[in-house]
Design a protein around this ligand. Structure first.
Ligand code: DAT
Ligand code: MG
Length: 155
């Protein structure tokens, strides 16, 4: 069965805290994701606006954009046979109180501070994953990865 790709981000407050950064990285490994690419970068406000444009107009949009540009973030392309859904499950629900109640051991349940500062991002579908991977890894060709690398990783 072919591997699926997703984009995972560790948000600025979690990158800034060495123990949380390490714990999130360990969650990626212990859930048996393959790390296809990884980079750390500082995002400009305009990039955040574009990335989160589906939320433009929501009450938290400005806050979200400023938060995401407030410090370095870490981006991963993760592969797994069920990458999109599995990473969303490992992250837990978006909102911090819900995460703490229904999924206390999830990443957001463990480390989320507020509904905006919720530790990580994950693509919500295969289609968004392709778009988001292209935004963060402009040199990465999904097509070439499926041709040249994925067949060797499958098990
Ligand atoms: P997710 O990150 O789980 O895909 P989303 O796409 O609905 O959630 O929202 C994107 C981000 O916006 C989310 O990670 C944090 C912020 N956000 C969402 N809902 C919020 C709310 N009700 N209050 C504050 N921030 C919110
Ligand atoms: Mg989302």
């Amino acid at each position: 069965q072919a591997l699926q790709l997703t984009l995972a981000l560790i948000k600025p407050d979690a990158v800034a805290h060495p123990l949380i950064l390490e714990a999130v990285h360990q969650q990626i490994l212990s859930n048996k994701f393959l790390i296809v690419r990884m980079r750390e970068l500082l995002w400009r406000k305009e990039d955040c606006q574009k990335f989160y444009r589906e939320h433009e107009g929501r009450f938290f949009y400005q806050r979200l954009v400023e938060f995401m540009a407030s410090g370095p973030i870490r981006a991963y392309i993760l592969a797994h046979k069920d990458a999109v859904q599995l990473w969303r499950t490992v992250m837990g629900p978006t909102r911090v109180f819900r995460a703490r109640h229904v999924a206390p051991d999830s990443i957001r349940g463990s480390f989320g501070l507020t509904d905006t500062r919720n530790t990580t991002h994950g693509s919500d579908s295969v289609v968004s994953a392709s778009r988001e991977i292209a935004a963060f890894f402009p040199d990465f060709s999904e097509e070439r990865w499926y041709e040249e690398e994925e067949p060797q990783l499958r098990c």
